[in-house]
Design a protein around this ligand. Structure first.
Ligand SMILES: [Zn+2]
Length: 361
């Protein structure tokens, strides 16, 4: 895992200072293992599985402290500002800024295919620790997957989630990260260039973790590629930045349960054989996968859950990512038309909170 300097500092503190460790355990209520994972998924009828997902979404909205944002009936205007628009091969690369909350703006990259004819599928690209909104377009360890998708005719969007600072009083780090990504989905659905029924997300490392959260909490995501993350929480207690954890999390679930909230929507998890045992190794991922499979079987959609063990390490496997998005988001080559369309808001009536979380499996 590519840890930011601050993250390394946190890990060192946790690894050498038993006072801090016990204080953290006290803060997170992790001292008594009997109290962990009270909402673990076990096989049940489809309607009960839907209720389980709905209940967990409500609990997480509260724990992540984004309840007010999700339940608000008043859409937050984007007030988009475009800093630059760079015409590249088969797409235009926009540097922009939008409102995330009423008081906070986020920088985004938005790419639109040059030859647009009708609404296109879209993918939110999410980088890991130390990453920026440009990482998924530029870095070899990400196979530049966002750039490749942009060239293939997908709309893509990216914002940074790698910071460790909480910006607004009363929020949580994971809640703010997740909300920023939900706002990217909101923004995509406001664009006439985007087919709102064909939105996916992909990321590696912390990006893979945020794919898990975004897919779990926002039902608009139809295809989810989580790379370099599928594991167990016990593993993440050691040798990792602890930013994955927040009060109340472990008492409810393990990671497999959060992934299970994505069912029956399409989920691809990738882990590399070159991951060291202390990171995100394939055998441990396969153990976690066994715990995600039952809910897909309960929905009778087992084919929508895929795990790929690839030859590399902590990286995106590009061929299987592309094939997965093409299959589930239905990318089709578009005939040439009248050139690119400027970015603008086409309307925001669809972004009320219900559309993110309401159940219609
Ligand atoms: Zn971190």
């Amino acid at each position: 895992m590519n840890l930011a300097r601050k993250a390394v500092g946190i890990v060192l503190v946790f690894s050498v200072c038993t006072c801090c460790l016990s204080a953290a355990k006290k803060a997170y209520g992790n001292g008594n293992r009997k109290n962990l994972r009270s909402m673990r998924y076990t096989s049940r009828a489809k309607d009960q599985a839907i209720l389980w997902q709905k209940e967990l979404r409500a609990k997480f909205a509260a724990l992540l402290k984004i309840n007010d944002l999700l339940s608000s009936k008043t859409p937050i205007p984007f007030n988009p500002k475009t800093f630059s628009s760079d015409k590249r091969e088969k797409h235009v690369f926009h540097e922009m800024e939008i409102n995330s909350t009423k008081n906070r703006r986020i920088k985004i990259v938005l790419t639109l295919p040059t030859n647009l004819k009708g609404p296109r599928p879209a993918v939110i690209a999410i980088s890991g620790h130390g990453g920026t909104r440009h990482t998924c377009y530029e870095k070899a360890s990400y196979s530049r997957f966002a750039h490749v998708l942009a060239q293939k005719g997908y709309v893509t969007i990216s914002t940074s989630v790698s910071r460790h600072k909480v910006y607004e009083k009363g929020r949580t780090l994971m809640g703010e990260r997740l909300w920023d990504l939900m706002r990217c989905v909101d923004f995509l659905t406001s664009l006439k260039q985007v087919d709102s029924q064909r939105i996916g997300c992909g990321g590696n490392s912390l990006g893979g973790e945020m794919v898990m959260w975004l897919g779990a909490m926002d039902r608009r995501l139809k295809a989810n590629v989580s790379s370099g993350f599928l594991t167990r929480m016990d593993q993440m207690e050691k040798n990792h930045c602890m930013c994955w954890k927040f009060p109340g999390l472990r008492q409810l679930v393990d990671f497999a349960d959060i992934y299970a909230m994505i069912a029956p929507r399409a989920l691809l998890c990738q882990n590399g054989w070159k991951e060291p045992p202390s990171q995100f190794p394939v055998p441990l991922a396969r153990e976690a996968l066994k715990e995600i499979k039952p809910i897909y079987a309960d929905f009778k959609r087992s084919e929508n859950l895929v795990h790929v063990a690839h030859k590399a390490g902590h990286a995106i496997d590009l061929p299987t990512l592309l094939a997965f998005f093409d299959k589930h988001l239905g990318a089709r080559e578009q005939p040439a038309s009248a050139g690119w369309t400027p970015v603008h808001e086409a309307g925001i009536k669809r972004i009320v909170s219900r559309s993110r979380t309401e159940q219609e499996n």
